[in-house]
Design a protein around this ligand. Sequence first.
Ligand SMILES: [Zn+2]
Length: 171
Amino acid sequence: MLGSSAQCLNQHRGSRKSNRLPGVVDVAVKKLHPNRTFVDDLVFSPNVYTTMIQHCLQERPREACGLLSGKGKKACTLWPMTNVLQSPHAFEMDIRQIKAVFRQMEGKGEKLVGIYHSHPTAPPYPSRNNVVHANYPESAYVIVSLSGVKPEVRCFCILNQQVIPIQYRIT
Ligand SMILES: [Zn+2]
């Protein structure tokens, strides 16, 4: 599980045309993978939601990235991560930082519920490389787009390179 996180390399260069905006594929995908665990919605605590957007704004023009942990579907704790690429078009997390954060999550009795990153200039949909490197269907993929007047947040389940939009609530 940790090993695949190290490959969170997401190039957005040239990806503007490749937003794989999904149709309604979730039922079909779930039938194909009856034994996998899926995330189908996400709940943010107000504080986590606000802090996530602040982190993304602070890192602009670079992409920000981070992890969300909690219990059930609720994101209770935000873990801002270093984007080791320091790039406006891509992010990669450091495997040692990931391991340290996972240990702290366990210490709090929480599990990974979401992986977020920002798109400073792109819309809030997974890029092709986001999709290729998404290995956590049981975790929500959260994208914060800063390309519009206001930050826009969208959440997805990505399974076997299928992108499924999921709902979120702030409560
Ligand atoms: Zn991305």
